[in-house]
Design a protein around this ligand. Sequence first.
Ligand SMILES: [Zn+2]
Ligand SMILES: [Zn+2]
Length: 797
Amino acid sequence: MNRAPQPDAHGPPGERQRLHVAIQGTVQGVGFRPFVYRLATTLHLPGWVLNSLQGVTIEVEGDAAALAAFVHGLEHDKPALATIHSLQTTMLDPVGFTAFEIRHSDSEAGVAGALILPDLATCPDCLREVLDPHDRRYRYPFTNCTNCGPRFSIIQGLPYDRPQTTMRGFTMCEACTREYEDPLDRRFHAQPNACPTCGPHLELWSPPPVPLPAPFSVPLEGPAISRPAVVATHDAALRLAAQALREGRILALKGLGGFHLLVDARDEAAVRRLRERKRREEKPLALMMPSLEHARQACEIGAEEERLLLSPQCPILLLRRRPGADIAPAVAPGNPCLGVMLPYTPLHHLLLGDLGFAVVATSGNLSDEPICTDEHEALARLHGLADLFLVHNRPIARHMDDSVVRLIAGRPMMLRRARGYAPLPVPLPWERRHPAGTLALGAHLKNATALALGQSAFLSQHIGDLETAQALEAFRRVSRELPELYGVQPDRVVCDEHPDYLSTQHAHASGLPVVTVQHHVAHLLSCMAENELSEPVLGFSWDGSGYGGDGTLWGGEVLLADGGVRRVAHFRLFRLPGGDRAIKEPRRAALGVLYELYGDAACDMDVAPVRDFAPPELGVLRQMLSQSVNTPRTSSVGRLFDAVASLIGLRQQAAFEGQAAMELEYALDGIETEEAYPLDRGLSSPRGASGLESPRSLDWRPLIEALLADVHAGMPAPLISARFHNALAQVIVDLAQHFGQEKIALSGGCFQNKFLSERVITLARRAGLRPYWHQNVPPNDGGIALGQLVYAVRYAP
Ligand SMILES: [Zn+2]
Ligand SMILES: [Zn+2]
């Protein structure tokens, strides 16, 4: 257990908070509002409930325990006819409600009927049918109803009717038609309604010995040698696939929003084989567990985590693993957490039910490519990766990865937003202009796009890193499709300031007016929007790196939003020898940090990063540094994490960005200390020539010197890591006090770090400050598009 000081589960002790709840589902005309009224008044929670075209929105104010009871009541005591398809919560500051009222529907012209639901996990009624030998849908993997099943992944256009979905090729049989037309039936107008007689079916394919020729998405013709062999169909295909998994083979499974690669999670050799073939040697792999009970055996699961695991959104949850869990070490090497989800389609339920053990369920792609969605394409792209392909003939209209959520200070924090959540809107707060038709194109890594419509931002699903041709193609498709689906013609685009981002280049090639937004400003604004923060706010935008516009790479920024956004402080700059190569080599960041402290002598020091370089390599780097060639300067906290991980000998080379930082976080395990390294807050910075104060430089040099002394004294890594984390948390509180700001916003990939975020939250509350962090939008670059929209709406001319 992590016994470091923890904030209480749901907020500052005894303090009132406002809970915003957005619900979609069968919640109209079923007595839902009176139910909400009774529930809220019973719990003495003032606030309001509103029925609108977007569903039911509720806000109530109270203490943490009452708010938790309220959410529980919404889900468990709702009227018999009501069904909740999605429930999104956001914790906000109280505004002082005094009574509970039923408000009248607002009219949001333009958004009417435009709400597209995400894909929803199989409901209990459908699951019961699938498991009932006497039901006509017994073991039918494509069973769904109006309360569950595919939605966003099958929509090709609006209105949402069967002919506008990928189900249009399937003609409903008599029995299904009867259900579809009966207003009293659970499948009344369930567009993907299907059964074994009329719906999609499974096939198990053995891959051809040589890859298919491109274009692979056309029906298979050509030489017989490139065709897959159909090993089995229907239920036999499913049973044989389970058998193959039991034997340790790798299965490519066509699911809801794309392909997964599956393998027995207990089988070390099989998991290693998957890693080698996928060229994903170190990133943790996600797991699918047969049931909540299985998940409990492997991980510690709290009440909020259980709620999320069982929700219709069914995300991957980062959970603390239990010692002795029956999971192969290769699943998540050296990682105290596991990424766990439960089955979310009948196909997954049937397969996992037959197996009775956990499987690795990782995206069906090579590293960095988007997830495969088409079975013919999968045969080509996953050739050599999978031993068998379990596919079906329901086309996937758009790729949809699994969403990833982590609990931070008792609240869910979205790390990857896709299945179950996209494209649900996020409210754009602040009653100002809300011009529909602004399209934000996001960043370069973890790309997602967003569209402003009415009072809301409609966020696309996670697209990924725009590094491969396939990812770029997916990005182009999504940025075209998102406005199309909502019938909007974009009249301007918003993008990052980085000229080399492909999303930026796409914006400039669009022919539309372009608004550019500095990366870290977008981070801060997305966090402010989610938390409905009014200015002034002191923002901490800490991440790997972004284009600063001043010739340096930003990434350790302190920004003040107050009638505009101003950079008031940043971490002291250091050089990154080799530029981007430093992302994969923490030792380069470490060398840059040492060079800043000791100059040329850094290259002769007896420390882990220097020892790790081969002498000729070190010679080249020494020259680069002394001549300032290809050594961009950065303020990045992400790179500072890398440098520290390298200096304490934890990691010199990283398989993926952020790996070293992650390991530095995990090195903390079990540590309990309030000690922190000294970090000079730069409060004596000179005034700039213009008379305005120039940004303060947070000087990490004393920190690194103290840390090196600890390293030389043989201090264990966990304690060093804790002192480093604590120093970063403390400087946030110090700066907020120095600048006289009460509200502090935490954004950027660094705040995916649970320890850092929770430590800041604890210290800030202790100091009487109000910390805010991300909830429904990722703190990483997946949240940039929202911040870009906010900037366009709020600040752009
Ligand atoms: Zn259902
Ligand atoms: Zn049928």
